[in-house]
Ligand binder design. Structure first.
Ligand SMILES: Cc1cc2nc3c(=O)[nH]c(=O)nc-3n(C[C@H](O)[C@H](O)[C@H](O)COP(=O)(O)OP(=O)(O)OC[C@H]3O[C@@H](n4cnc5c(N)ncnc54)[C@H](O)[C@@H]3O)c2cc1C
Length: 359
């Protein structure tokens, strides 16, 4: 989302842009995402607001916590506070296609490609791609997500910047699935949550579990599936086995730690980071995509304001983006305890508390 957004904002201001995506296709899976607050204005400037609005989905149906036989135990009231009444939720796949379509035709978008080496000599950056090809650029924008390889090349190892919040998350399509008897059921055992989220005629399996940091190769999909199965081993109630089977069959499973990226600066020389690569707020914030779009816009504005001074441009971008990031990262706190209570008594206490709130 950050990469395509930056392609739109910089491509639109006359720069010559190449985007490289490691996957060999546009990565469109995931759950619907929020476009909030100022990022709606950014979407308008980018010329994509109408297309986003036309594809909005209504996700206001309540989450229902269920027991092992699917019985209703408690409902999550509408606790979500919008930044603005016109905040919009759109399927991730729709947003990806809207952004891709909005790219200026001069922007090159290459798949199955990533950066292997960077050399910044102060006047430009020599990039060697994994394919072996080389090219020189004025600037390199790292928009490659929480585990950004660009960030590792320019700023050093990830562990300096990543704060694990103690959870892992997984999402998978439930293809050809009849609509479930409830719209958004979630089933808890201590430290684990498995659920279903529905929108339009689609259903997604959602998993979250508590865990300390797990060291594994996060490009290894089979390892991710095994970690997920291990986390739910011995938990066969409700629809857990069926949901795990869907995750195991999915070649596009989304699996990651729930973490934040916190860095003292997002630029070094002629390399600058946008989106999760710079400041992942975690899925618990619900603001990652809004931040990615806002950052792409502010970066393009800053480069336009300081076309002859990269350092001044990057400083302005950071100064203007930082308040949005600070706020988004601060909102990620308590959600995990509500969705994934640590013990059975925490689950019971949550259900009791929510039961008292629901009419
Ligand atoms: C498949 C997928 C599903 C997601 N689903 C959800 C969800 O359901 N809920 C949620 O809250 N958040 C989800 N996210 C995260 C969410 O998209 C981001 O938090 C937010 O949109 C910020 O976007 P971003 O572009 O900075 O990062 P990301 O959306 O993570 O995008 C980074 C992109 O960079 C690519 N990439 C990674 N490494 C390299 C490399 N070395 N070279 C080139 N390209 C690389 C990735 O394939 C990806 O397309 C998902 C991310 C992905 C990739």
């Amino acid at each position: 989302m950050a990469g395509l957004s930056t392609g739109i904002t910089l491509g639109g201001s006359g720069h010559d842009i190449t985007i490289v995506e490691r996957a060999n296709h546009l990565r469109v899976n995931g759950s619907p995402i929020d476009i909030r607050g100022e990022s709606l204005d950014v979407a308008e400037h980018m010329g994509v607001l109408d297309a986003i609005r036309a594809r909005r989905v209504d996700m206001s149906e309540r989450i229902q916590f269920v027991g092992g036989d699917g019985e209703l135990l408690a409902e999550l009231p509408d606790t979500e506070f919008n930044d603005r009444p016109d905040d919009t939720e759109i399927p991730r796949e729709d947003l990806a296609h809207v952004l891709r379509t909005a790219l200026d035709p001069t922007v090159r978008l290459g798949f199955g490609q990533s950066i292997a080496e960077l050399h910044d000599d102060g006047n430009g950056v020599d990039v060697r791609f994994a394919s072996g090809e080389g090219q020189r650029y004025d600037i390199v924008v790292g928009a490659d997500g929480m585990h950004s390889a660009t960030r590792s090349l320019a700023f050093g190892p990830e562990d300096q910047f990543l704060r694990h919040l103690g959870f892992y998350v997984a999402l998978t399509d439930l293809p050809d699935r009849a609509q479930p008897d409830r719209r958004n059921p979630m089933y808890n055992t201590p430290g684990r949550m498995a659920g279903i989220a529905t929108y339009r005629d689609k259903a997604l399996a959602v998993f979250m579990f508590r865990s300390p940091w797990i060291d594994y190769d996060y490009h290894d999909l089979d390892a991710q599936k095994q970690i997920l199965r291990d986390a739910f081993a011995g938990h066969a109630a409700w629809k857990v086995p069926e949901l795990l089977d869907a995750a195991t069959d999915d070649s596009e499973l989304y699996f990651d730690s729930v973490s934040q990226i916190r860095m003292p600066t997002w630029h070094r020389g002629r390399v600058v980071l946008v989106g999760d690569a710079a400041h992942c707020a975690s899925p618990l914030s619900g603001r990652g995509t809004s931040l990615a779009m806002t950052g792409a816009w502010l970066l393009a504005e800053a480069l336009a304001d300081h076309s002859d001074d990269i350092r001044a441009a990057f400083n302005q971008y950071e100064r203007e983006q930082l308040p949005h990031v600070t706020r988004a990262q601060a909102t990620a706190g308590p959600g995990g305890d509500v969705l994934v209570p640590a013990t059975q008594s925490d689950i019971d206490a949550r259900n009791q508390r929510l039961g008292a709130l629901t009419p």
